[in-house]
Ligand binder design. Structure first.
Ligand SMILES: *[C@@H]1O[C@H](CO)[C@@H](O)[C@H](O)[C@H]1NC(C)=O
Ligand SMILES: *[C@@H]1O[C@H](CO)[C@@H](O)[C@H](O)[C@H]1NC(C)=O
Ligand SMILES: *[C@@H]1O[C@H](CO)[C@@H](O)[C@H](O)[C@H]1NC(C)=O
Length: 477
C-alpha cells in the first residue's frame, strides 16, 4: 500500500514535470564517422623522444599539497640515473631556486622502466607564473606553470575534465581541443594509457609513449589524477599481480597532505573548489580506510572558503548506457547519502565511452524491505556527469537503454571533453565539447548553480522579501 502510494506520487511528479518539459531527457542522435579506434603507431611524431643524452621526457605535474602552493614535477630519463633536481624561478631563464626529490625505477615482466623522477616544489606564491628547468647540459629542458589563486570563495577558475584517454587519433583530437579551451587544470577521471591492452614488454613501452603524448599539456598544468580499471594491470600470466604498479610508480598524488593512507584516494583544494578523488577499485565499504577517510574529509569541507564541492571517480553512479550498466551501484550504496547530505555540486566519472549528464536526483530512500527503489528528483543531490569519451582504442559505447530513464538529462556517444568554468561562489558555466571533424563543438552546456550558496542566498533573499512585504503591509495600514 505504502509503495503504491509512493508510486502514485512519483508518477504524478514525472507527469507534472514532463508537462512543463523539465524532465524530458535528450538522447542525441548525432552520429559521426570517427577515426578508427587504433593506437597511433610508436614512430609517429606525437611520441617523439626529446633529443640529447638522458634528456627528460614524459614531463608531468600535479598539485603537491592541500591548498595549491606546491606542485609535484615528474619525468623520466631513459639512459642513466641522474639527480632528481628542478631549477625554478619567476622569470624565464633565471632560476633562483632548486628543489630535489627522489628517483625510482621498476620492472614489469621483462621491461625495465627508465629512471622516474618526482620532485616536490613547495612554498610557491599564489597566482604566479613559474618557469622550471630539468635535465643537464645540452639535454636540459624548460617549461612553465601557473599557480592558482589563493583559496577563497570568489576566485574564477577553469577546470577541464577528461577521461579514458588512451593514445589514438581520437585521443589526440580530444587533447588538442582541450588545450584550446583555456582551462587551467585537468580533473582526470581514470584510465590513462590503455597500456594494459598490450602484453609483456609492450605494456611498459605504451606507458612511456603515453607519457610523451600528453606532455604537451601535463608539463604546463596540473592534472589531478584518479585511476580506472585499465590502470590496475593485474596480469598473473606474466607474474604481475601488484595492482596499479605502473600507475603508482609514475603518477604520485598529494595524499599525505589530506591525511589519506593511500595515493589512490585524496583531496585537494584549488581556488574556490574542494576536489575529492575516490578510487572505484579500492575497498570503500563501511569501515575500510577509504570510507573512514572520506567521512573525515567531508567534515573538513568549508563552503565559506571553497564553495564548490566536486567529486571524481572512475565508475559512474548513474549511467544509462548498456555498457557498464549498474556497475556503480556498490559505490552508490556506500556514498550517495553523504553526497546528498553534504550537497556535493557535481560528480564526474569516466569508464563508459560516451557522454551523459543527469538531473539532480537521488536514490537514498532505497530500502530492500519497503520496496522503495526509484531515483527521485532531489535538490540537494549532485549532478552526475560521465565523460569517459576521451577516445581510447576500445571505441565508443553506442547503445543506450531505451527508454531514456527519467534521471538522464542528456546523452550522446561521441568523443570529447568537458570544462567547468567557476565564476564566483554561486555560478559556474559547464560545457561538454564534442570532437567534431577536427573542431571543438559545444554540444551540452548549462549553468551550474552552487548547492551551498545558491540555496542559502535564496533563503536570505526570501527572508528579506518577507520582511519588506511585512513592513510594506504595516506601512499601508
Ligand atoms: C634500477 O636501476 C638500477 C641502476 O641502473 C638497477 O641496478 C636496478 O636493477 C634497477 N631496479 C629495477 C627494479 O629495475
Ligand atoms: C526500510 O523499510 C522498513 C519497512 O518499511 C522500515 O521498517 C525500515 O525502517 C526502513 N529502513 C530504513 C533504513 O529506512
Ligand atoms: C556570479 O556570476 C554570475 C554570472 O556572471 C552573476 O550573474 C552573479 O551575479 C554573480 N554572483 C555574485 C554573488 O557575485
Amino acid at each position: 500500500m505504502k509503495s503504491l502510494l509512493f508510486q502514485l506520487i512519483l508518477t504524478s511528479f514525472v507527469l507534472l514535470n514532463s508537462d512543463n518539459n523539465v524532465n524530458a531527457g535528450v538522447t542525441s542522435v548525432f552520429i559521426r564517422e570517427e577515426y578508427p579506434s587504433k593506437d597511433i603507431p610508436l614512430d609517429n611524431e606525437v611520441f617523439v623522444v626529446p633529443t640529447g643524452h638522458n634528456s627528460p621526457q614524459q614531463v608531468h605535474i600535479t598539485q603537491g599539497d592541500y591548498d595549491g602552493k606546491a606542485v609535484i614535477i615528474s619525468w623520466v630519463t631513459a639512459d642513466e640515473p641522474e639527480a632528481s633536481k628542478v631549477q625554478y624561478g619567476t622569470s624565464k631563464g633565471k632560476y633562483e631556486f632548486t628543489a630535489e626529490g627522489k628517483m625510482t625505477n621498476y620492472t614489469f615482466y621483462k621491461y625495465k622502466s627508465g629512471y622516474i623522477h618526482h620532485v616536490l616544489v613547495d612554498d610557491l606564491e599564489y597566482d604566479t607564473k613559474y618557469y622550471y628547468k630539468i635535465g643537464n647540459g645540452d639535454s636540459a629542458r624548460e617549461f612553465w606553470f601557473e599557480t592558482p589563486p589563493k583559496i577563497g570563495p570568489d576566485f574564477p577558475y577553469k577546470f577541464g575534465i577528461i577521461g579514458d584517454l588512451g593514445q589514438t587519433y581520437n585521443s589526440l583530437s580530444t587533447l588538442e581541443h582541450y588545450m584550446q579551451s583555456g582551462a587551467q587544470t585537468v580533473l582526470f577521471v581514470g584510465d590513462l594509457s590503455y597500456a594494459d591492452r598490450y602484453q609483456y614488454n609492450d605494456v611498459g613501452i605504451r606507458w612511456d609513449s603515453w607519457g610523451r603524448f600528453v606532455e604537451r599539456s601535463t608539463a604546463y598544468q596540473p592534472w589531478i589524477w584518479s585511476a580506472g580499471n585499465h590502470d590496475i594491470e593485474y596480469m598473473p600470466y606474466m607474474d604481475e599481480v601488484v595492482p596499479f604498479k605502473s600507475y603508482l610508480q609514475r603518477y604520485p598524488t598529494p595524499h599525505l597532505a589530506c591525511k589519506s593512507s593511500s595515493p589512490m584516494w585524496y583531496a585537494v583544494r584549488r581556488a574556490s573548489a574542494h576536489i575529492i578523488v575516490l578510487s572505484s577499485y579500492s575497498p570503500f565499504v563501511k569501515y575500510t580506510p577509504q570510507w573512514e577517510w572520506l567521512r573525515q574529509e567531508l567534515k573538513r569541507v568549508d563552503r565559506e572558503k571553497t564553495p564548490w564541492l566536486i567529486v571524481l571517480m572512475h565508475i559512474p553512479i548513474y549511467n544509462s548506457n548498456d555498457v557498464h550498466f549498474m556497475e556503480g551501484e556498490s559505490m552508490r550504496a556506500a556514498f550517495e547519502e553523504w553526497f546528498v547530505h553534504h550537497k556535493v555540486d557535481v560528480v564526474f566519472a569516466g569508464h563508459v565511452h560516451a557522454y551523459e549528464r543527469s538531473y539532480r536526483i537521488s536514490n537514498i530512500r532505497y530500502n530492500v524491505s519497503s520496496g522503495d527503489r526509484y531515483p527521485i528528483p532531489d535538490k540537494s543531490a549532485p549532478v552526475y556527469i560521465t565523460v569517459g569519451d576521451g577516445g581510447n582504442q576500445e571505441g565508443l559505447a553506442g547503445r543506450f537503454r531505451d527508454p531514456q530513464p527519467d534521471y538522464s538529462a542528456f546523452r550522446e556517444a561521441s568523443y570529447g571533453h568537458s570544462t567547468l568554468e567557476i565564476r564566483n561562489r554561486t555560478h559556474a558555466f559547464y560545457h561538454w565539447n564534442r570532437n567534431d571533424d577536427g573542431k571543438k563543438v559545444p554540444a551540452d552546456s548549462f549553468v551550474l548553480h552552487n548547492q551551498y550558496w545558491s540555496s542559502s542566498l535564496r533563503r536570505r533573499k526570501l527572508k528579506k522579501h518577507h520582511l519588506s512585504s511585512t513592513l510594506g503591509r504595516i506601512a499601508s495600514h
